[in-house]
Design a protein around this ligand. Structure first.
Ligand SMILES: [Zn+2]
Length: 202
């Protein structure tokens, strides 16, 4: 029997407010002119590693994801590099299952490092900040290729401009849509504000 998951700090408060408070307190919400991994520009950047460097904060947020999906049979939690490595590990730890990650190899996201998905296993996909959904789509494809059955997607923050429809059960700890610009139409570029490329290339 799985032990019941419990996120005591979220009891009796508005979930979105509490999650936003955690991100703000950790200094994760940056303002400026940022180049996102998707290639789009944004006046706001959420630096997930301001959160992920703190195991106790990561634990609390993963608890929300784990608790949302705990009624499902889950065999494996999978996430895309880099933040997804930590999130998959911690969510899997709480659910008592395996945690694996998919990384880029020759432009395609795959499971390397002898990670296995047995055909028919139930997979929960997790990720940090959702903007265009490209990392998630790539991870979905990687799971599909191995014959895993995706039972849901859980993310820390859904920043997508419009609700992306993955045709899968979806949960975000926080919905916080933010404006993004294509480089050609970016008013911050037009104003000659220096462009910052945060984080790692993957
Ligand atoms: Zn720009």
């Amino acid at each position: 029997m799985r032990k019941q998951l419990w996120c005591a700090i979220f009891l009796g408060c508005n979930l979105s407010d509490k999650v936003l408070e955690i991100f703000k307190a950790a200094g994760a919400i940056k303002e400026g002119h940022f180049l996102l991994a998707s290639g789009l520009h944004s006046p706001v950047y959420w630096e997930k590693f301001r959160i992920l460097q703190h195991p106790h904060l990561t634990e609390k947020l993963c608890c929300l994801i784990a608790r949302h999906f705990e009624g499902q049979k889950i065999d494996v939690v999978a996430g895309p590099t880099t933040g997804g490595i930590i999130l998959a590990f911690e969510t899997a730890r709480q659910l008592g299952v395996r945690g694996i990650f998919a990384e880029k190899e020759g432009g395609v996201r795959v499971f390397r490092r002898d990670f296995e998905i047995v055909r028919g296993e139930n997979i929960l996909i997790v990720d940090d900040i959702l903007t265009t959904g490209s990392s998630l789509k790539e991870t979905i494809n990687a799971v599909d290729k191995l014959g895993g059955i995706i039972v849901g997607i859980g993310v820390l923050v859904d920043r997508s401009e419009e609700n992306l429809n993955f045709n899968l059960p979806f949960f975000s700890c926080l919905r916080a849509p933010t404006t993004v610009y294509s480089p050609q139409e970016c008013p911050l570029c037009a104003a000659h504000i220096p462009l910052v490329k945060p984080g790692a290339p993957s």
